[in-house]
Write a protein that binds this ligand. Sequence first.
Ligand SMILES: [Zn+2]
Length: 219
Amino acid sequence: MIYLLKSDGTQLKPLLDTAKNKDDEKIYREGLVYQQIKTDFHGKCYLCEDDEVTSIQIEHFEPHKNDLTKKYDWNNLFYACGHCNNIKGANFWPLLNCTDQTDQVWESIEIHFTPFPKVTVEISVSETCLKQQEAENTRKLLEKALIGKDATAMKKDEAAIIRKKMLRAYNQLTIAINKKDDEAIRQAISDKSAFAGMLRWTLKTEFPEQFAKFCCAGA
Ligand SMILES: [Zn+2]
């Protein structure tokens, strides 16, 4: 997970207010509202950071529980994949907010990816994290989404598909490092890239010189 700058949505709020009066969910599934959410989240699920999802969902960061104000609140609309949104439901709350810089999501949730001898993903909460409860819930949610921990067989299979994509991104990054291809490294860890959070942690822990060079936290 990484911090994402969400636009303030000033021009979209009147549209959302109108839709709220009719409880018209279409407002965030097409048109200007949908397009702006997609742009702000770089077409990636904010939880797993996959950018090739076939089931896109605009989800409510704070469960709305039929509270129409929360349901049509611009700041509460996030871009997610069906896999993660389905796991999240209203089960994990409160969570770290990736659109709130003060929550320091990347710094708080460490994602360690190991490709060999078996692909493994370890997720932990950093000691410096200021919001321990939110971070712990976020960690548990990501464990279920990326590792399939405490999940159904179907969800475990979905998690395994995401890990395959993570492996591909990991390999691309290590190839770029071996080739000393600075542009490719910069691209791999940019906000727009799939699994940028995991890749930044890979740099930090395995390639500290590169981490210092590309100054990941602000990438
Ligand atoms: Zn996802």
